[in-house]
Write a protein that binds this ligand. Structure first.
Ligand SMILES: Nc1nc2c(ncn2[C@@H]2O[C@H](COP(=O)(O)OP(=O)(O)OP(=O)(O)O)[C@@H](O)[C@H]2O)c(=O)[nH]1
Ligand SMILES: [Mg+2]
Length: 173
C-alpha cells in the first residue's frame, strides 16, 4: 500500500486518476476536494497491481492515523503555486520525522508542471529546502515532475511504484 499525501488542491486526485487509466481521464472536468480518503488500484502491464490511498489535504491533522504498515509515500506539491510550497515543506518534514516511516520510500511529485515554467522546479526544490533535508533524513527521496493534463511524469511514477529507481531528471529550461 502506498499513501498519497499533499496539501489540498495540489492535484492528487487527478494524478491518481491518470495513473489508473491514462487514456480515459477527462482532465477538463473539475475535481472536488477529497474529504476522507480515496482508494485506487493501479495495474501494471505484468499482471501486477498496487493500491494507493489518497488522504485529502483537508485531513492533514489526521494523516498520521494512516501511517501504519506504509512502505511508500507519494507526496504531491503544486509547483505552479509557490506561495503554498513553504507550508507544503513543513508538512513533508513532519512526515519524514515520523518514527514509523523511517524506512519508507518517498516520491516527491512536483505537480501541474503544465502550468509552471521550468525554472519553477528549482525554485520549488529550493523553497522545500530539499538539499538540506536530504542530509538530515534517513529516507530515500526521488523527485518527479508531473502533470495530469499532459501526462508528463506518469511513466516515472509507475516505474517508482513498481520499485524501479528513476533517473534523476535533468534540469530543463
Ligand atoms: N493545470 C493543472 N491543473 C491541475 C492538474 N492537476 C490538478 N489540477 C487542478 O487542481 C485542482 C485540484 O486538483 P485535485 O486533484 O482535486 O487536488 P487534490 O490534491 O486531490 O486536493 P484534496 O483532495 O483537497 O487534497 C483541480 O481544479 C484540478 O483541475 C495539473 O496537472 N495541471
Ligand atoms: Mg483529492
Amino acid at each position: 500500500m502506498c499513501l498519497c499525501l499533499g496539501p489540498t488542491g495540489s492535484g492528487k486526485t487527478l494524478l491518481l486518476k491518470k495513473l489508473q487509466n491514462r487514456d480515459a481521464v477527462d482532465t477538463m472536468s473539475s475535481t472536488v476536494p477529497t474529504v476522507g480518503t480515496n482508494l485506487i488500484t493501479v495495474r501494471f502491464g505484468n499482471q501486477k497491481e498496487t493500491t494507493i490511498r489518497e488522504v485529502g489535504g483537508a485531513m492533514a491533522p489526521i494523516w498520521k492515523s494512516y501511517y501504519s504498515g506504509i512502505q511508500k509515500i507519494m507526496y504531491v506539491v503544486d509547483a505552479s503555486n509557490l506561495c503554498q510550497i513553504a507550508a507544503a515543506g513543513v508538512l513533508l518534514y513532519t512526515i519524514l520525522a515520523e518514527p514509523c516511516l523511517q524506512k519508507a520510500k518517498i516520491l516527491l511529485v512536483l505537480s501541474k508542471m503544465d502550468a509552471s515554467y521550468r525554472q519553477m522546479r528549482n525554485e520549488a526544490l529550493l523553497m522545500l529546502q530539499l538539499t538540506r533535508l536530504k542530509k538530515e533524513i534517513s529516507q530515500d527521496i526521488a523527485v518527479v515532475e508531473a502533470s495530469a493534463m499532459t501526462g508528463e511524469g506518469i511513466d516515472n511514477m509507475l516505474k517508482w511504484l513498481q520499485g524501479d529507481s528513476i533517473a534523476p531528471c535533468k534540469s530543463k529550461k
